[in-house]
Design a protein around this ligand. Structure first.
Ligand SMILES: NC(=O)c1ccc[n+]([C@@H]2O[C@H](COP(=O)([O-])OP(=O)(O)OC[C@H]3O[C@@H](n4cnc5c(N)ncnc54)[C@H](OP(=O)(O)O)[C@@H]3O)[C@@H](O)[C@H]2O)c1
Length: 150
């Protein structure tokens, strides 16, 4: 989580359900926190089997009104964040010759919608990246999955 203080409810549920969850601070826009978290997981577990790229949000507004800075910030999380985390785990997965990258896209990674052009563009990018990387990673035993919630 980028803000560990938000984890208290999840921690309580994990304790009640006896789930062995570990909480680490990670902001997908901050490469340092990504590298530190992934190194910590690898040091403790000795492997990483699954990465779920879920972090994302939807910028809304008419195309004419949204600023370049707002669009850059949108891509910084939805696209570059996903690229950063994926590139950070791939050397580990390639070495172990297995792994799964699950990219949370959207139905809006398949078709456009008014007032969401910044978001839709970012999810189309996620789809293109995911489809292309899947061909490269399959020979190393790494699967790429796209999830498109409605
Ligand atoms: N809900 C839908 O209808 C829907 C439909 C299609 C696709 N999706 C996709 O599903 C994914 C999850 O969305 P959601 O609806 O569950 O939204 P959400 O409830 O707002 O959850 C998004 C999570 O991403 C985290 N996050 C945002 N920016 C981050 C960053 N820079 N670093 C680390 N974590 C960050 C947020 O953390 P904080 O709690 O700190 O803000 C939040 O926990 C997104 O990729 C979204 O595009 C959702």
């Amino acid at each position: 989580m980028r803000n560990l203080q938000k984890g208290s409810d999840l921690k309580s549920i994990a304790e009640i359900e006896r789930l062995p969850l570990h909480f680490l601070q990670l902001d997908v826009t901050d490469e340092r926190t990504i590298n530190t978290s992934i190194q910590t997981i690898y040091n403790e577990a000795g492997r990483i089997d699954i990465l779920v790229n879920n972090a994302g949000y939807a910028l809304s507004g008419t195309f004419e009104d949204i600023s370049i800075d707002e669009i850059k910030t949108q891509y910084e999380t939805n696209v570059f964040g996903l690229i950063r985390t994926t590139q950070a785990v791939l050397p580990i997965m390639r070495k172990q010759k297995s792994g799964m990258i699950i990219n949370i896209s959207s139905g809006l990674g398949r078709f456009g919608r008014p007032l969401l052009s910044g978001y839709v563009g970012s999810k189309f990018a996620v789809e293109g990246l995911s489809e292309s990387m899947s061909y490269e990673l399959e020979p190393f035993g790494i699967k790429t999955v796209i999830v498109e919630p409605g």
